[in-house]
Design a protein around this ligand. Structure first.
Ligand SMILES: *Cc1c(COP(=O)(O)O)cnc(C)c1O
Length: 350
C-alpha cells in the first residue's frame, strides 16, 4: 500500500558502522539516537549487533518498547509526572533541575535502583541545561549527597535552539565546568557528552577537544550529514529513508486559480504565480503526514502545493501515467513526521 516509507536497513547499517569507526578512532562512546524513527525495532536490531554503548530516545514510550541489552538513555528533560516510568525504563537520563533529580532519587529508592544522570549545561545555545555562568557547584554538592542517583557525567546540547555551532571556544566553557567540578569534589566525571550530529565536522577534522568522550548521534545516521553546516559525510548514504507515493490524478490545468482568492485550507492567504498551462499530478499524501518542504523529488518534477491529504506536483516534461509511483528523498522533519503518521506504511528492506 502507498504512501510507503521504504527504510533500507543495509544503508543504515553502513552509516552506523562508519560512525563507529570515526568515534572509536577518537575514543568517543556513541549514544545512537532513535527518536527520529520512534525506536523502531528493525533499526534497533542493527544497533544491537554493533559495539555502541547506548541507545537514546526522547520518548519514554519509545524507550520502553526498545528491546536491547544496551544501556538506555532518556534524552528529553523529564516531566515531573513521568519520574516513575523514567526510573523503570531508562538506565540514564539527561537532567537539569534539582527538584526533578531529587524526585528521581526517591523513586529509585522505591525500586531499589541506582539511576544515572548526565547533568546538562547550557553553553549559550539556550535550550536545556544549567546556564554555564550560574553557580552550579551547590547543585553538584546536593546531587552527590543523593543515594540512588549517580552523577555519571555532564553534557551539553548545541545547534538546537540558538543554532550555536560547536567550537573550541564554546567547548572551553564545558572544560571549565568539568575541571572545577572534578577539583572541588575530588572525583572523575565518567562521561562528558559533547553534543549531537552538529559536532561531527569538528570530530572529523580532528578538532573535537579530547576531554569530550561521548556524542549522541541521530540525524547523521539517517541522512548522512552533519548538522552544523549541513554537509554530507563521505561514505554515508543520504537515502536510508525514501517516500513512495502514488499518482491519483493527471491533468493539464492552468497554474493560476480562477476567481476571487481568499485563504487556502490552512488559513493562509493564497499567493500563486501565473505560469501558464501545467501538466499537474496529484499524489495521495498530504500535510497530515508530511510538510511539502521536507520532500526532495528524485524525478525532475516540481512540488507546487499540498493540502491535508493531497500533494500537487508539476510533472514538467516527465512522462507519467495514472497509478505511477513517485519517489522522494526526505529532510529530517519529513522522516520524523512520516514515521509518526499512521497513514504511511513502513517497509523495512533487508
Ligand atoms: C535529538 C537529540 C540528539 C540527537 O541529535 P541529532 O542532531 O539527531 O544527532 C542529541 N541530544 C539530544 C538531547 C537530543 O534531543
Amino acid at each position: 500500500m502507498y504512501p510507503k516509507l521504504v527504510i533500507d536497513l543495509k544503508k543504515y547499517a553502513n552509516n552506523l558502522k562508519k560512525m563507529i569507526e570515526i568515534t572509536n578512532l577518537n575514543n568517543i562512546s556513541l549514544a545512537v539516537v532513535s527518536k527520529v524513527f520512534l525506536g523502531a525495532q528493525p533499526l534497533i536490531a542493527i544497533i544491537n549487533e554493533t559495539s555502541v554503548s547506548y541507545i537514546a530516545d526522547s520518548n519514554l514510550s519509545n524507550l520502553r518498547n526498545i528491546e536491547t541489552t544496551k544501556e538506555k538513555i532518556f534524552l528529553r528533560i523529564a516531566q515531573l509526572n513521568e519520574i516513575k516510568e523514567l526510573v523503570e525504563t531508562a538506565d540514564i537520563s539527561l537532567q537539569s533541575e534539582l527538584l526533578t533529580i531529587k524526585k528521581i532519587d526517591l523513586e529509585a529508592q522505591e525500586h531499589n535502583k541506582i539511576h544515572k544522570i548526565i547533568l546538562m549545561f547550557d553553553l549559550g545555545d539556550l535550550r536545556e541545561g544549567i546556564y554555564y555562568k550560574d553557580d552550579y557547584l551547590k547543585v553538584i554538592e546536593e546531587i552527590l549527597a543523593l543515594k540512588n542517583v549517580k552523577l555519571l557525567g555532564i553534557g551539553t546540547n548545541l545547534t538546537c535552539y540558538g543554532g550555536i555551532i560547536p567550537s573550541l571556544e564554546i567547548y572551553g566553557r564545558l572544560k571549565v565546568i568539568k575541571d572545577l567540578i572534578e577539583k572541588e569534589f575530588k572525583l572523575n566525571l565518567e562521561v562528558i557528552s559533547g553534543g549531537n550530529s552538529s559536532s561531527i565536522s569538528l570530530l572529523k577534522g580532528g578538532k573535537l577537544p579530547k576531554f569530550i568522550n561521548n556524542l549522541r548521534i541521530g540525524e547523521a545516521l539517517v541522512l548522512g550529514r552533519e548538522t552544523a553546516f549541513g554537509k554530507r559525510i563521505k561514505g554515508f548514504y543520504d537515502d536510508v529513508f525514501l517516500l513512495k507515493a502514488s499518482i491519483v490524478e493527471i491533468k493539464i490545468k492552468p497554474s493560476f486559480p480562477e476567481g476571487e482568492t481568499g485563504m487556502d485550507a490552512f488559513g493562509k492567504k493564497v499567493k500563486i504565480q501565473d505560469r501558464g498551462l501545467q501538466k499537474r499530478a496529484i499524489l495521495a499524501i498530504g500535510r497530515q503526514s508530511i510538510s511539502k518542504d521536507d520532500l526532495i523529488p528524485l524525478a525532475k518534477i516540481e512540488i507546487i502545493g499540498a493540502s491535508s491529504d493531497h500533494l500537487i506536483v508539476d510533472l514538467k516534461e516527465e512522462n507519467y501515467q495514472m497509478g505511477d509511483i513517485l519517489t522522494f528523498k526526505l529532510k529530517y522533519g519529513g522522516i520524523l513526521s512520516l514515521m509518526t503518521s499512521p497513514y504511511v506504511e513502513k517497509n523495512y528492506e533487508k
